[in-house]
Design a protein. Structure first.
Length: 329
C-alpha cells in the first residue's frame, strides 16, 4: 500500500519502539536519512534506533554521535532507502523478511514489500524524510539537519548530478540555516580519502577499458585489490562514478567482487541512457542515472552479460544522439 506524507506521519505517531534499517554497504543517503528519522522520533518521545547489516564507515560517525543508542524489543520496523529486501544484505533479509512494516524510499524500482512512502521525484531518501519529519511536527535541529544534508549531498554528487532539483537545493539551504557545518561535511564526504582508498583507487583506475565504440567504460575491483590496498567495500562508493567521467562515455560500469564470490555491479549513465532499465534486466534496479545489480559466474561471463545489455541500450539511442558543437575549436 502506498502512503502519503501525512498518512505516514500519523502512522508513526501511533507507534513506538521503532527499529530503522538501512541497506547493506551503507552510503550517505541511507545513513543520513535513517539517523535523521531516528532523531526526530526520539525528540517526539519515542524509542528508536538504527541498524545496518554492515559496519558503518567511520566517516559517518558524526551522524549518530549525539543520538542515544536505545535498547528495546522492536514493535515496528522501518526500512529507509531500501528499494528491495535483498538490498538489506543476506543476513538481514533472512532475519527481517516479512517483518518490515514501512518502507521510506525514492527508487522507481521499489518492490513494495511493505507499506510504502515513496516519492520517485525525490533526489534522495533524505528529501522524503525531511518532509516526513516536518509533518510529524518536529522542527529539524542540527543533528537532523546534518543527516538530511548528508543524504541530499551524497546522492546528488554534491549537487552536480542530474537528479538535483530546485527543491533539493532549497532543502539543503534550509538545513544550512539550521546551523550545520557545511564545509566540514563536504570535506569529509567529498574531499577526504583514506590511504587505503587512495591505494584501491590507483589499482582500479588501471583496470578501466573502453567498449561499444568507446561509449562504455568498465572498471573492475577484485578481492585481491581490497586485500592489497587494505580497503574494504564500505570505502568504494565513490569509485562507481569514475568510469562515467571519461569523455565520450555514456555508460560507466564498475564490477566489484564480493566476499561471497558474486559480483556487485554499479552502473552510472549520462542522458539518454537509463541505468535502471539496464540493471532491471539483470535483476537489479535504481535510478535513471545510477543503478545496480548482482551477478554470479566468472568475471568474464559477468562482464559479457553486462556489456550485452549495455550494447542493447546504446544501440537503441546512439543513432539519435546529436554531437555537441565544439565551441573551443
Amino acid at each position: 500500500m502506498r502512503l502519503n506524507i501525512q498518512q505516514t506521519a500519523a502512522l508513526l505517531g501511533e507507534k513506538d519502539n521503532i527499529l530503522i534499517l538501512t541497506h547493506e554497504r551503507p552510503d550517505g543517503d541511507t545513513l543520513g536519512s535513517a539517523f535523521a528519522l531516528c532523531r526526530a522520533l526520539q525528540l517526539s518521545g519515542k524509542k528508536a534506533r538504527v541498524m545496518c547489516q554492515d559496519k558503518i564507515p567511520p566517516s559517518y560517525s558524526f551522524l549518530y554521535s549525539e543520538i542515544e543508542m536505545q535498547d528495546f524489543e522492536p514493535e515496528y520496523i522501518v526500512a529507509v532507502d531500501v528499494a528491495d529486501l535483498k538490498l538489506l544484505g543476506s543476513e538481514f533479509k533472512e532475519k527481517y523478511e516479512g517483518k518490515i512494516n514501512l518502507c521510506i524510499d525514492h527508487h522507481a524500482s521499489n518492490t513494495d514489500y511493505a507499506e510504502n512512502l515513496m516519492l520517485e521525484d525525490a533526489a534522495a531518501a533524505a528529501e522524503v524524510v525531511l518532509q516526513l519529519v516536518i509533518a510529524m511536527g518536529i522542527t529539524p535541529d542540527r543533528v537532523i539537519a546534518e543527516g538530511v544534508y548528508t543524504g541530499l549531498s551524497t546522492d546528488t554528487g554534491c549537487f552536480r548530478y542530474s537528479n538535483t532539483t530546485s527543491r533539493t537545493l532549497r532543502m539543503a539551504a534550509d538545513m544550512i540555516d539550521v546551523g550545520i557545518s557545511v564545509n566540514k561535511i563536504n570535506q569529509r564526504m567529498f574531499e577526504t580519502k583514506t590511504k587505503s582508498y587512495a591505494a584501491l583507487e590507483r589499482m582500479a583506475l588501471k583496470t578501466i577499458k573502453l567498449y561499444c565504440d568507446d561509449r562504455c567504460a568498465v572498471m573492475e575491483i577484485s578481492r585481491k585489490m581490497y586485500a592489497k590496498s587494505g580497503a574494504d567495500e564500505s570505502e568504494c562508493h565513490t569509485l562507481s562514478s569514475i568510469p562515467r567521467q571519461i569523455e565520450g562515455v555514456l555508460v560507466g560500469v564498475t564490477i566489484k567482487e564480493t566476499k561471497s564470490g558474486t559480483y556487485s555491479i554499479s552502473v552510472r549513465t549520462h542522458e539518454p541512457i537509463d541505468a535502471s532499465a539496464i540493471c532491471m534486466k539483470m535483476g537489479g534496479g535504481g535510478h535513471k542515472r545510477a543503478a545496480g545489480c548482482s551477478l554470479q559466474g566468472s568475471l568474464l561471463s559477468v562482464r559479457n552479460t553486462i556489456l550485452e545489455h549495455v550494447k542493447q541500450a546504446l544501440d537503441e539511442v546512439v543513432n539519435t544522439l546529436v554531437e555537441e558543437p565544439d565551441y573551443l575549436s
